[in-house]
Design a protein around this ligand. Structure first.
Ligand SMILES: Cc1cc2nc3c(=O)[nH]c(=O)nc-3n(C[C@H](O)[C@H](O)[C@H](O)COP(=O)(O)O)c2cc1C
Length: 160
């Protein structure tokens, strides 16, 4: 049987291409956020989505404490933003424009879609949490999305 060590898991699972999101929130009036590839729609009625924050994230517990979050789906020219929001302990919002979602959480300028959520549930998921968001509002700017595949960012317009 093939090994299921973390390196093999990451390399094999990296073959599953996905979009990239930045999960944001407003914590005591200050914006917070982290890059999160693990996002999915879960249910249309009721409208629910899924994110999987790692147990090591320092931003998620702070955002979770507010009971609401915004999922920003990144556009294809936002690879740098994805990298910036993946660096723990840095001023991730330095030079980043945003506007408030109805919940007050940051909608990042240039994102192709945003989903404004309240925290619905959180379940154990090993070294990650399985977080369910109840969708309160959402919209799209219809821009080509950023794709992450085998550890690298890809543009979609190249494929079209
Ligand atoms: C492309 C990419 C995808 C990522 N996906 C996730 C994810 O799905 N869940 C997660 O918790 N962290 C993910 N991360 C790592 C977090 O962004 C990183 O651990 C986090 O930003 C650390 O900062 P924090 O301590 O402020 O939370 C990803 C990073 C990158 C670059």
């Amino acid at each position: 049987m093939a090994s299921t060590d973390p390196t093999t898991m990451r390399s094999v699972l990296g073959h599953f291409p996905s979009g990239v999101t930045i999960v944001t929130g407003l914590v005591d009036g200050e914006p917070a956020g982290f890059t999160c590839q693990s996002f999915s729609s879960l249910s249309l009625d009721p409208p629910l989505v899924l994110i999987l924050p790692g147990r090591g994230s320092s931003s998620w517990p702070r955002i979770e404490g507010t009971g609401r979050f915004v999922v920003n789906v990144l556009a294809q020219d936002q690879g740098n933003l994805s990298t910036q929001f993946a660096k723990s302990g840095t001023d991730k919002f330095a030079g980043v424009g945003w506007s408030p979602a109805p919940s007050g959480g940051p909608i990042l300028d240039g994102a192709t879609a945003w989903i404004d959520c309240t925290l619905h549930a959180s379940h154990d998921g090993g070294d990650h949490l399985i977080v369910v968001g109840a969708v309160q509002d959402l919209a799209t700017a219809e821009l080509p999305p950023l794709v992450f595949h085998r550890g690298a960012y890809a543009r979609t317009d190249a494929a079209l």
